[in-house]
Design a protein around this ligand. Sequence first.
Ligand code: IPE
Ligand code: IPE
Ligand code: MG
Length: 208
Amino acid sequence: LIMDGNGRWANKRGLPRLLGHRAGIAALERTVRAAGEMGIGFLSVYAFSTENWNRPQLEVMGLMALLRHYARRKVPELVKNGVRVRFCGARRGVPDEVLRIIDWSETETARCGRMTLLVCFNYGGRQEILDAIADAQSNGETISSEEDLRKHLYLPDVPDPDLIIRTSGELRISNFWLWQGSYSEYYFTDTLWPDFGAAELKKALQSY
Ligand code: IPE
Ligand code: IPE
Ligand code: MG
């Protein structure tokens, strides 16, 4: 899920962008619940890209605060619903207090097995490939096949996505799942992310 359109959702209502992001969190909760009920094994959400650091500092700080707030409050519920959380992205550059929450969420949900929620945070497909190459080099390995590279991706054991959904009408992938998405199906909807939920997810799955 490329969760796009929070800013435009807020703009349309004359609200600050951060309230759009907050409404986006509510949409995320609905969608995670719906995906669990539909029996989806892996759901990945693009929460913050390597390019999103270029946004105004106040917005970046607000997004970090929202993530911490969401994780701290919602992890017990995720545990109850059997949702395992795994983060996907570069740790370098992420503030320590955010890393601590990330690690805590992963530990708390480590034994949950109903669904895995992959939170792509400080994620960029190009950066991931560069990091994979650097990781291989530091082990003295040369990369000469897809498998050689794949095992150095952030989450090598996670299957490639079957379906990639982007909301808000933008027809781009904005650096999401560059390697893993080679054979994914794409679904684009004009719905802004804060308006997304079970019905929209179902429509996307039906199209798939
Ligand atoms: C997506 O909504 C959320 C993040 C990138 C964190 P945007 O903030 O990109 O909203 P628009 O695209 O400006 O409407
Ligand atoms: C993509 O949305 C990234 C996330 C949803 C986290 P953006 O709004 O950041 O992407 P661009 O700038 O429109 O390509
Ligand atoms: Mg956007």
